[in-house]
Each structure stands twice: as C-alpha cells, then as structure tokens.
Design a protein around this ligand. Sequence first.
Ligand code: CO
Length: 199
Amino acid sequence: MSTIQHLFEKNRQWADRVNKENPTFFKSLSEQQSPKYLWIGCSDSRVPANELLGMQPGEVFVHRNIANQVIHTDLNCLSVIQFAVEVLKVEHIIVCGHYGCGGVMASLDDKSHGLIDNWLHHIEDVYRFHKEAMDKLSDEKERVNLLCELNVIEQVANVCKTTTLQNAWLAKQNVTVHGLVYNLRDGILNDLNVSASSS
Ligand code: CO
C-alpha cells in the first residue's frame, strides 16, 4: 500500500513555519472565522483560491466544483452560499472561471465522458444561449475561452437568482456578486465587469 506519510511531514513543516511567523495564528483562527469573501471556482488544481489571492487561512470561504457552476438544484453549492451570506455575512461573492477550463472544453466535444456528462450539460445550455456569438469563432481555443467567460456570466446570474441573494438584497444587506476569469498563463485575474448588488 502506498502511504501519504510525506503529506504529514509537509503539514508539520507548514504548521511550524506559520507558528514561527505568528505564534497566535492558530489559536485566534480556531476561535472564529470571519471571511469577507466567498469564492466559487473550478476544482482545477492550478486555480487555488487562497494562493492566487495572496490570502491566509480564514480570509476566504471556498466552494469549488468542475467548471465553477452554480446549479439551481445543487444543495451543496446553495448551502455554501446560504451559510456564507446569512451566517458569515461575506461582502463579496466571486465566481471565478479560468481560460482553458477542461470542463468547458469537454462540454464542447462530442465524446462521451461518462457520469460527468450530466454535470457538463449545464455548460452546453450556456453554449446554446449564446450560439450566435460562439459560432462566429472558428478557432477552438478562442471558442473555449469565450465559453469560459460566458459560463462565468451565467453562473453570476444564477447566484443572483438564489433565494439567499434575493432575500439578502431585499433586506439591503451589503453583498456584491462578481464574475472573474483567471489566466493560467500569467496568474492574472480578469474582471468581466458583471458585478451585481442590491443598489
Ligand atoms: Co476548470
């Protein structure tokens, strides 16, 4: 059996390092979390929320799934949004996609990928909503990247439509939803300028 012993060693080194830099770090974080941001991103290992935002544990509440989707009936994602907005009172919800997303790419090909096809059908819907703009592009990379952007915009709309956000905005709660796309090639976040709030 192969082991994960090396992970425990890495964890010890990390905890020691953090402790040396800030001896009260773990104690104060263990007592409460008060992140200002909810991140809804792709599970892709190259798009880690905390690292690319330069944020420490405790600063960002994170939900990730394949192709950063917010599905109306996904209790997992909806529960995360509810907890983040109603309990943690985050001020910003960031839906972040990334160019060259494998999930988006897979939704555009005609191959069968098994169970995950059911998840990716939602991105095929996004394609259908924007078929005209998509079909103007012939370059496959450009088509994928446009669909990555359109998918984020669609998921921002889905966040806004949740009962949690509708109720929060009705109560004039200060929470803004943003759509961003991360570029794997240079590590830079691009704002799609689709931010939405109650006022
Ligand atoms: Co992805």
